[in-house]
Design a protein around this ligand. Structure first.
Ligand SMILES: C[S@@+](CC[C@H](N)C(=O)[O-])C[C@H]1O[C@@H](n2cnc3c(N)ncnc32)[C@H](O)[C@@H]1O
Length: 256
């Protein structure tokens, strides 16, 4: 194995979600890169390791995010190639919708460096807790633009979670965005499966340990684009479950 290594860790949605494993990686690293959602977490990371550098500068308004992701991967990989023990810190879970994290992992391994993604708390994990959802009864997660572009097939009798509904079809980075033209396209697509009165939630996990989540119950027909932010996730309640399959009940020896 070459000198130089890469650990990709997550902060969780707020600082109290940070795992002991993630803290240790940040403290032990010879170089830290971070992309986090709030200044408190950034300050905390810098206190843990003064060799920490923000990746936020890879973004700029109107710039194609795919280019920003490539730049982030390159900055991380340059430090790994320099033989350093590198830790890259991302908001939430580092494997959940973090393109540069997956790319850096792949690249590092292909080039013969030790590399690993550590688990963390994602927005979806907070949603399960705040909305009291049991994912074991079936739960499908998609990035909203990916869901539309690839006509993803899903089971409407299971939960449906859609990430990034605030930037559907938008490949740039504009944190102040207030218009969401792609949202109407998403609703139109969902109305092919559900009634307009179908219940959904516009969800925002609290970004502070002392805060409360925003849980905006509405229906598909009453989603208000003005309330949708960059951090909003859409939860679509399941339709009633199908009856248990009698053949399976018999095969598994389960009595009704
Ligand atoms: C680039 S993804 C990052 C996901 C993050 N890595 C995770 O583990 O949850 C950004 C999307 O995550 C979701 N998200 C981020 N913060 C959130 C929050 N506080 N509450 C609800 N969803 C959130 C939203 O769907 C947002 O558009």
């Amino acid at each position: 194995m070459k000198k130089g290594s890469l650990y990709l860790v997550g902060t969780g949605i707020h600082l109290n979600h940070m795992t002991v494993e993630a803290r240790d990686c940040i403290e032990d690293a010879e170089k830290v890169f971070y992309l986090v959602a709030d200044p408190i977490t950034a300050t905390w990371i810098l206190r843990m390791n003064s060799d920490a550098e923000s990746l936020q500068t890879c973004y700029s308004p109107g710039k194609d995010r795919r280019l920003s992701y490539r730049e982030m991967t390159e900055r991380i990989m340059t430090a790994v190639r320099d033989g350093l023990k590198v830790c890259a810190v991302f908001y939430g879970h580092p494997a959940v919708l973090v393109t540069s994290s997956h790319r850096a992992l792949k690249q590092a391994r292909e080039e013969g460096f030790a590399a690993r993604i550590c688990p963390a708390i994602s927005a979806e994990d907070c949603l399960f807790a705040d909305l009291d959802i049991e994912p074991g009864r079936g739960c499908q997660t998609f990035e909203a633009t990916d869901f539309l572009l690839h006509s993803r097939i899903f089971d409407p009798t299971c939960s449906l979670i859609l990430y990034q509904i605030g930037i559907i079809g938008d490949l740039t980075c504009n944190p102040d965005k207030t218009e969401h033209p792609g949202l109407a396209v998403l609703v139109e697509q969902l109305l092919r499966t559900y009634e307009p009165s179908h219940p959904v939630v516009l969800y925002e996990a609290s970004q502070s340990p002392t805060g409360t989540p925003i849980i905006n119950h509405c229906t598909l027909a009453t989603i208000d684009p003005a309330t949708v932010k960059l951090i909003t996730t859409l939860y679509v309640y399941p339709l009633p479950s199908r009856e248990a399959d009698p053949v399976m009940l018999e095969k598994l020896g389960i009595k009704r």
